[in-house]
Design a protein around this ligand. Structure first.
Ligand code: ADP
Ligand code: ADP
Ligand code: ZN
Length: 216
């Protein structure tokens, strides 16, 4: 099973990619998480990516594509993948097709989560995650069952993303509209694009996704 979750920042890509990954036992590959790991490890790529991410701009295609290609070449990606945040440009979408075609593989579903800007701002201003296991939360919509304790790993350390600030978010939304939304016609022409109302409650969105991928 190979799935792409598409949508603006805050659409719920990471939330649902994580859950599908557990349900179907296939890796969740998030380009943003890969960049943040490089930043943490202070690699050359991490330093380069940070200069774009801190402004809410897209990291150049060439480095993004080669980073994802390397991840997809790892053994755990052999049976399937849930892609979150990649591809974000037509160039990346084409490169992904080539990478898969070389292995005689293809994307089964491209699922677009549709959310309006007001909701995005509310979601991202309340977003935080567990520092130790990466589990995502929201202050209002999905807080940990026990305040201050991660449901998944019991850690008490939480982090907020610096690029969720209002100013950076404006640029991220522009990047989505001007670059990422252009790949929707690319996938609709291929006949694998499906859209879901991402404004619905999390469980409902998840059920919709499950229905789409059932049997895979
Ligand atoms: P993305 O990966 O698309 O940027 P996330 O999955 O991180 O989005 O979701 C952004 C924030 O919104 C998180 O705090 C998450 O808990 C919350 N969230 C996700 N889906 C929903 C939903 N359907 N309703 C309300 N909040 C949601
Ligand atoms: P969100 O979950 O809010 O959509 P991500 O974690 O996916 O955000 O991405 C955070 C930042 O990382 C982006 O604003 C961008 O700078 C960079 N980034 C992530 N994925 C890509 C990509 N496929 N191409 C270019 N830049 C990317
Ligand atoms: Zn945790």
């Amino acid at each position: 099973m190979r799935i792409i979750l598409l949508g603006p920042p805050g659409a719920g890509k990471g939330t649902h990619a994580g859950t599908i990954s557990q349900l179907k036992n296939v890796p969740h590959v998030a380009s943003g998480d890969l960049f943040r790991k490089h930043q943490q490890d202070q690699t050359e790529l991490g330093v380069l990516a940070a200069s774009f991410m801190s402004k809410g701009e897209l990291v150049p295609d060439e480095v993004t594509i080669s980073m994802v290609e390397q991840r997809l070449g790892e053994p755990d990606c052999g049976q399937g993948i849930i892609l979150d945040g990649f591809p974000r440009t037509t160039e990346q979408a084409k490169a992904l097709d080539i990478m898969l075609k070389e292995k005689d593989l293809r994307i089964n579903h491209v699922i677009q989560l549709e959310v309006n800007e007001e909701e995005i701002v509310e979601r991202l201003s309340g977003r935080f995650s567990c520092t130790d296991c990466g589990m995502g939360y929201h202050e209002k919509f999905s807080a940990p069952a026990n305040k201050g304790i991660c449901d998944k790993c019991k850690s008490t350390n939480f982090t907020r993303r610096s690029d969720d600030s209002p100013k950076t978010l404006r640029n991220r939304l522009s990047a989505y509209k001007e670059q990422t939304a252009l790949i929707l016609p690319y996938y609709s022409t291929k006949g694998c694009l499906k859209s879901i109302d991402g404004m619905a409650e999390m469980d409902i969105v998840f059920d919709e996704i499950k229905k789409m991928i059932d049997g895979d």
